[in-house]
Design a protein. Structure first.
Length: 80
């Protein structure tokens, strides 16, 4: 059976753009699928090495948070 890591993000805090960038940047580590529903954005990570299974979800979540934070700071500094 294929292992899958499912992550759910709240659209109030994380943008679809940040998730899409994370998916692009993680394409060497795993396959990803993005879903949308209401205020939630879901990401499924699959086809990854067993050695990565323990930390991959946390690494992806942290990376997307970093992207979103950087994006918002850049957007804020452009307005000043």
């Amino acid at each position: 059976m294929e292992k899958t890591i499912r992550i759910s993000f709240n659209r109030d805090f994380i943008s679809l753009a940040a998730i899409k960038k994370g998916v692009r940047d993680f394409r060497r580590a795993c396959d990803c699928a993005v879903s949308r529903g209401g205020k939630r954005l879901g990401v499924a990570l699959y086809n990854f090495d067993d050695e990565k299974a323990e930390t991959l979800g946390d690494e992806f979540s942290n990376y997307v948070l970093f992207i979103e934070t950087t994006r918002r700071r850049a957007k804020g500094s452009a307005n000043t």
